[in-house]
Write a protein that binds this ligand. Structure first.
Ligand SMILES: C[S@@+](CC[C@H](N)C(=O)[O-])C[C@H]1O[C@@H](n2cnc3c(N)ncnc32)[C@H](O)[C@@H]1O
Length: 222
């Protein structure tokens, strides 16, 4: 986090739209000012296709190509808030997509490890995030349901694609006291859960209903 400068301050023309979005997130119950400030520092309009830039600060998911989406800002805010990140934390994200969520995590944590199964999305996200000056994000192309064993254990894990059940590899790579946020359910709709590892067991808390694209992999959807 504090070791670099992000050029990523919303340019003048987007400032108003971004402030309106942050006000909307507050009204929806997002209370963690650190999360809201992190989102204020990440220019979402640079993470969406050019034709969708006018909608970048609306509270909705948007297509990013390859049949995938950048998540709804409310879901990004709620998930990030639930992870309760500290500046030294090591975080694993499954589903790099556009790289937007990884940037928000990188604003709040020490190191972010992000895995994406589609090489073209991972490469585009890496280029974008490196261009914005992030030096604490590590990229991998592969099946994120298996986690990133060599980089673990993680203080927090965020899964940004819908899983039929919690991948056991991710549970194994979660540190004691670590937080996991994950959408679980069917292919069409899911529930977003926060889980905390205590004495080797997961303590579950309900966050909200949600709709994510499927998590495809060995411990996800086939
Ligand atoms: C909703 S999008 C992620 C949004 C992203 N976090 C962002 O900020 O733009 C879900 C992503 O998960 C990826 N995905 C699906 N299954 C995966 C797997 N097993 N491992 C890694 N990535 C996966 C998809 O290709 C897609 O890019």
């Amino acid at each position: 986090m504090f070791g670099f400068t992000v050029k990523a301050v919303a340019e003048g023309e987007f400032k108003e739209a971004q402030e309106a979005l942050l006000a909307e997130l507050r009204a929806l119950g997002i209370r963690d000012e650190r999360v809201l400030s992190a989102m204020a520092r990440v220019p979402r309009h640079l993470f969406v296709p050019p034709e969708l830039v006018p909608y970048a600060y609306e509270d909705r998911p948007l297509p990013i190509g390859a049949g995938q989406t950048i998540s709804q800002p409310y879901i990004v805010a709620l998930s990030t808030q639930a992870l309760e990140l500290s500046p030294q934390d090591r975080v694993l994200e499954i589903g790099t997509g556009s790289g937007y969520q990884a940037a928000v995590l990188a604003e709040l944590a020490g190191e972010v490890y992000t895995v994406e199964r589609l090489p073209e999305l991972s490469q585009a996200a890496r280029k974008r995030l490196e261009g914005l000056g992030y030096r604490n994000i590590h990229f991998r192309v592969g099946d994120g349901t298996k986690g990133w064993p060599e980089a673990g254990p993680f203080d927090a894990i965020l899964v940004t694609a819908a899983a039929p059940r919690v991948p056991q590899s991710l549970v194994q790579q979660l540190a004691e006291g670590g937080r996991l946020v994950i959408p679980i359910g069917g292919r069409e709709s899911q529930t977003l859960w926060r889980m905390e590892k205590r004495a080797g067991r997961l303590k579950k808390a309900y966050l909200c209903p949600c709709t994510f694209v499927p998590l495809i992999g060995e411990e996800g959807w086939r």
